[in-house]
Write a protein that binds this ligand. Sequence first.
Ligand code: ZN
Length: 303
Amino acid sequence: MAGNYSPEELYQGLVRHKLIIPVGVPGAFGRGAEFERVLSAFNNAVTGLARDDGAEVMTFPPILDRQVFEKSEFLDSFPQLAGSVFSFSGTDAQHKELSARVHEGKAWGDLQSMTAVVLSPAACYPVYPSFTGTVPDEGRLVDMQNWVFRHEPSMEPTRMQAFRVREFVRVGSPEVVIEWRNMWLKRGLELLLSLDLPARSDVASDPFFGRGGRMLAASQREQKLKFEVLVPVISEEKPTAVCSFNYHQDHFGKIFDIKTRDGSLAQTACLGFGMERVVMALFKTHGFIPSEWPKSVRERLAL
Ligand code: ZN
């Protein structure tokens, strides 16, 4: 299978081996037991690497305070990817109307209104408001895993509408943050190479919306604010990002009033492993049956 790339074949292979379970909507599928076993094994390997880093572990729900989302400026850059939660809060008469329209297959969106939450567009967003104030000299480090929503319906299996990200966030002085980012760039690449994945790192940019977005993407590349670790999963020419490193400079420091002890704005950086993408990279590279994977890979993952 290695060397032969096709999104359809990968999707069909994953379904055939009960690794993923179609649910109808593109970009959303169930995960089978073996898929989850590999995902946990990789997650444990990440935990092992970070064991002595002293991170605070935090767990957030897959929804985000809409005010935090609005402040984050996500909609300025990626309106096409966001998912907002709407709900019904009407009268009895409006409820009758709602039921009738749903049963008749008519549009019913206008009978719902915006709630105080949106779906998390990135695993790290809920954490920044908790940094408000002055961070200690050594900064802070948070470890989290969360479901993320992206409005990108696609039958291409690595492009999902909902997926999990294991993410670490660092806040502190620019020196602290950049040194930590560089350390993980090396560490993340080494981890993936140790699993016999043909991984490499590269400067990257985000999918900014519209014409203005092209300039933002170019400037992000130029300043080397984003790096990705890439593995060919559905294409050799367009390898899949399985890990991404974002240096936000003082973006979140400014928005959420986060300072260092000398009174300057704190900087932040985050790195996230796209858990499903790592798992798919493993199945693509080593085959759909983990017991047949190379011994060194199984040992590294304790599978
Ligand atoms: Zn992040």
